[in-house]
Design a protein around this ligand. Structure first.
Ligand code: SF4
Ligand code: SF4
Length: 555
């Protein structure tokens, strides 16, 4: 008799019966139930009957004891695929939050749980608490509420905000930081730079003010740093033999390396620039994220078993093909560091410097030639950063020109306010049309006034030029900050890597693998320019994809 592997969905009486039948026939059975307990959601009367009289279904007891049956409760199928007469399923189990190994069935938690909910497993008759067991047959305790809190669902990394904020309220800062680090190694840095979409979504905001989620994260991370507490390094005793190459030591690459190391995989991180950190190091001004703070966090990540090779540009110092040959998997996290051109006459003149290059030069301590008046074009956070760095560098006047109004500006409102308060002048509804100069050096910018027309594809009202409204602004420096693209010049010609029309890599959104087996990607080079926490989230997910790939290859 040949042994089959059978998967059964649904732990109601029919599913339980079929599982036993298949197991008795010698098959290996996995039974997947979406609810926390078996029984098909029917909460038997026995649930409210005292322990000693409760009825235990003999079939469920037999199921739990059967050596051929594995039960996965509180789980759902995420992905299915078929081939060669077999099916593959990806099943994700929701966190039960109660460790069955530690729970001794005392039920004290049920008595003290403050969250009272309709007993939706019993047609809303009566109430239950958020923590409960749903069937005395199985006694699996769970905190069972719908989905995740809105803040957690909004955070690109799905940080367990409720838990880490609650742990801070309890005064357990180390546990709070450990909770954050389950999904993010950059608490110090992200705690300083995240535009915290979670706070915009926070339910508490409808009552008074949102919880200060980002600042609380920074607080616990700062507490550890300022009190010189050694951050724990938790890695397995032994590393596996496979090695992963990470191209780009930015938020995505370093997060990927951190989670690989925690799972026992060594990686080598190649960085073209002299220091690691990517946009954290070279795109965010020092006053927002000081280099020593960032380096403390990066050195801690590296200490997990991530080797760093700076000043190593792939395609120049090391061939991309050699990386592919030498490593078992490759992660591409090179970011989006190439500035977009304004596409106007004269923009190649001396005095015009792209926003990303300008911020990089500032962070590298180069001479910014900060004299006279500077004009920054754009309305995003890079434009605000470039303006505020210019102001600190000593330009006499700093102006931002934006072609729509303040309402449409994509920069964070607090960044716009800070820029204005510092003395930076923002002119709205103005667009550049030509850089003017003498002997190859800019002396001014010809502009046009705009008005808003119909909404465009982005949903924002389109700026429309007002004919005859040209005017010239004298300026010695122009910083266009209108967007970035990845620089993919390291990819050899003829490479099969699939590249989108935005010059990004396209990946499978669950494994983060590109169309080339073993080559993964995340961060700005995959999403296009985005906030750092999304790059960190992608780096973590790609690490999971790489681990799954390497495990499957070993079989
Ligand atoms: S990383 Fe950003 S979005 Fe996520 S919880 Fe922290 S502040 Fe909120
Ligand atoms: S109050 Fe705000 S921070 Fe707390 S769980 Fe709700 S949404 Fe999240």
């Amino acid at each position: 008799m040949s042994e089959k592997r059978v998967i059964i969905f649904g732990g109601d009486p029919a599913g339980v019966g079929e599982a036993l039948k298949q197991a008795e026939a010698g098959n290996k059975v996995i039974l997947v139930e979406s609810l926390p307990s078996l029984g098909g959601g029917h909460i038997p009367q026995t649930r409210i009957i005292a322990d000693d009289t409760s009825f235990v279904d003999p079939n469920v007891e037999a199921l739990k004891r059967h050596p051929n049956i594995r039960v996965i409760t509180n789980a759902a199928v995420e992905k299915t695929s078929a081939g060669d007469g077999t099916y593959r399923f990806r099943v994700r189990r929701r966190a039960p939050r109660v460790d069955p190994e530690k729970c001794n069935d005392c039920r004290a938690c049920i008595r003290v749980c403050p969250i009272h909910m309709y007993d939706d497993f019993n047609e809303g008759i009566g109430f239950r608490t958020a923590i409960d067991y749903f069937n005395p047959d199985t006694r699996d305790y769970n905190i069972f509420k719908e989905d995740m809190p809105i803040c957690q669902a909004t955070c690109p990394a799905n940080l367990d905000i409720r838990s880490y904020v609650g742990l801070i309220a309890d005064g357990d800062y180390a546990a709070s930081l450990a909770k954050i680090r389950e999904r993010l190694p950059f608490a110090l840095s992200i705690g300083r730079v995240c535009p915290h979409p979670c706070e915009t979504a926070c339910n508490r905001g409808t009552m008074d003010e949102p919880i200060s989620i980002c600042t609380l994260k920074r607080y616990v991370a700062d507490y550890e740093m300022l009190n010189d507490i050694k951050a724990p390094v938790e890695i397995p005793d032994e590393f596996r033999k496979e090695k992963v190459a990470i191209i780009g030591a930015g938020p995505a690459g370093l997060t990927c390396g951190y989670f690989l190391a925690k799972a026992g995989y060594r990686s080598v991180c190649f960085e073209a620039l002299p220091e690691p950190g990517g946009m954290f190091r070279y795109g965010i001004p020092e006053y927002r994220l000081p280099t020593p703070t960032l380096m403390r966090e990066i050195n801690w990540i590296l200490s997990h078993g991530v080797e760093l090779r700076c000043n190593t540009r792939i395609g120049k110092d090391v061939a991309y093909e050699d990386i592919l040959k030498e490593y078992d998997a490759v992660f591409l996290g090179v970011g989006a560091h190439a500035g977009m051109k304004l596409q106007i006459k004269g923009e190649d003149m001396e005095g015009v410097v792209d926003g990303v290059d300008f911020l990089r030069d500032a962070n590298m301590g180069k001479d910014l030639k900060a004299k006279g008046k500077v004009i920054i074009i754009g309305g995003g956070n890079v434009a605000m950063d470039a303006a505020r760095v210019s102001w600190r560098a000593g330009f006499d006047e700093v102006h931002i020109l934006y072609r729509r109004t303040k309402r449409e500006m994509p920069a964070s409102p607090w960044e716009i306010d800070a820029a204005e308060q510092e003395g930076i002048k923002i002119q709205y509804l103005v667009a550049p049309v030509e850089v003017i100069g003498e002997n190859g050096r800019m002396t001014g910018l010809k502009c046009l006034r705009m008005e808003l027309g119909e909404p465009d594809a982005s949903g924002r009202r389109r700026p429309v030029p007002i004919q005859g409204s040209e005017f010239v602004v004298e300026a010695q420096t122009l910083i266009p900050a209108i967007g970035q693209r990845p620089d993919l010049s390291f990819v050899p010609e003829g490479s099969p890597l699939s590249i989108t029309r935005w010059n990004t890599f396209s990946v499978d959104q669950s494994s983060f693998m590109t169309n080339v087996p073993g080559v993964f990607s995340a961060g700005d080079v995959e999403t296009g320019p985005d906030i750092a926490i999304r790059a960190c989230a992608g780096g973590r997910k790609a690490a999971s994809g790489i681990i799954a790939y390497l495990k499957a290859r070993r079989k």
